[in-house]
Design a protein around this ligand. Sequence first.
Ligand code: ZN
Length: 243
Amino acid sequence: MKKINVAIFNEFFHEQNEERIAAIYPEGIHGAIANIVKNEPDVGDVITATVYNHTEVFTQECLDNIDVMFWWGHLKHGDVDDEIVRRVCRRVYEGMGLIVLHSGHASKVFQKLMGTPSGSLRWRESDDKCLVWVVSQGHPIAEGLGECFIVPAEETYGEQFSIPEPDELIFISWFEGGEVFRSGCTFRRGAGKIFYFQNGHESYPTYYQEEVKTVLKNAMRWVCPYEKKIVYDLGGGNAKPKI
Ligand code: ZN
């Protein structure tokens, strides 16, 4: 049985430099995301990388084996190696799924794939309640979520979000201050599927919330290369996807 091989990039700066963030994510945000997916029956390898070791971890051989990559970054986008950015983007075009989280909107990888230099948006930190509305009922990424779920406190993001028109809009979030934001968007680049998800500011325990875990697991399966899922669904086979 072929399984989904997952890579998680997290810059891992806040957790090592701010005690209050380390208290929320003692294993790092990458550790929290790994814990969400690693015991799923259809998940195989789960590897993690940070801004401190990504050039050693993300070899071409490693990336060739990855089906789905999560990307969380905030302050250290500029420290991500340009050759790694090129490799990751090429793998997306070849079919690797990519899930870009929260402030990853400003990562080199996301900007290169979107063609937008800034990915700019409105933001503030004021513990606003966030209502995440499902606007694509029936979409696999929204499975099991109902029509809306509440994140009790989250960094506020608001429009205008400078992205190309998404292929699909899965979630729109409303924040207590009145802002709205396209918080769940899909894109396709070449053979690869991309999902952007807004929630996950480092100072809130967002990645422990059940609905958020559901979103990440659903998204992992949705962005996973089609060939891998077909092989898995048939319960066997070992054909490598031909790109
Ligand atoms: Zn943030």
